[in-house]
Design a protein around this ligand. Sequence first.
Ligand code: R5P
Length: 327
Amino acid sequence: MGGFVGAAGAQASPHGRMEPSLLSGTANPRLADAVAAELGVEPAACAVERFPDGEVSVEIQASVRDRDVVIVQPTSPPPDPHLLELLAMADAARRAGARRITAVVPYFAYARSDSRHGRRVPLLARLVADLVETAGVDELVTVDPHTVQLEGFFRIPMHGLTAVPVLAAAVRPLVGAGAVVVSPDAGRIKMASAYAEQLDTRLAVLHKRRLTGTEVEAVGLTGDVRGRNCILIDDMISTGGTLVEAARALGDAGAAPEFIAVATHGLLMDDALEKLAAAGIVRVLVTDSVARRHGPGGAEVQVVPIAPLIADALRGMRARGTAAARG
Ligand code: R5P
């Protein structure tokens, strides 16, 4: 278990290093608890509240002096309050004398703002990376970030994990002979290829044009989907617009009328699931990177846990850190 033993991090590890303190913000405490359980530690008490005017208030209620601190906080919707909580918790831990701060941000908001399409627009992925570093975070763990370029915006180490193997294993029993994995746009070709390889299927690629924040248009298809069952792949589902348009284009190209969608981050805003169901997407597989916020109705959702993946990564980082410290 690479040094994560004992409760609440009160003990020293076998090599004399104090066990880490795991803190959770309010974005996904269930995931934080699952990571803590995988690691065999209790989450440390941390009060995160809001003043009536909306300002955040954070107090870590256990000593973190000279301790490694792990903060689990996806910047899922609403992204700005969750981001500020993460920054406040990191700042609190740094000012309280934490030795090393690791932010586990499985869903990293603003990663889509990784390049500027216009002369007077911000580069928010870079700005957020700077804020995270300024708050005192020493390393970042994230899962299937929207773009691999995100790593280049950080000076601190960024560990980009992928949920593709666990999601592929979950969808495998549903994949029949002759099925096709479909990338809904050019940006997802690499991820879709990884699924196609793991599921032993063919690959098709749609070409997408974004019209507005909620509207997209499929402008072309590479690959043959006629009469075939299609598995749509994406890194995230927000409004569902991308996958709805993909399903429409695949239907026009003669694909079988029912689809499965697989995505790492199920933001599933508003009536996304209803829209997906209306487009023939009968089942959606997502991880628990984002806390479930949708009610019943719409496409059926299967949630695949990623705590084991995150815990493995933390154990590996800790073991490498310990080995380096021993020289
Ligand atoms: C865009 O490039 C992303 O990979 C997703 O396709 C997109 O952000 C999903 O958003 P929505 O569900 O609102 O179309």
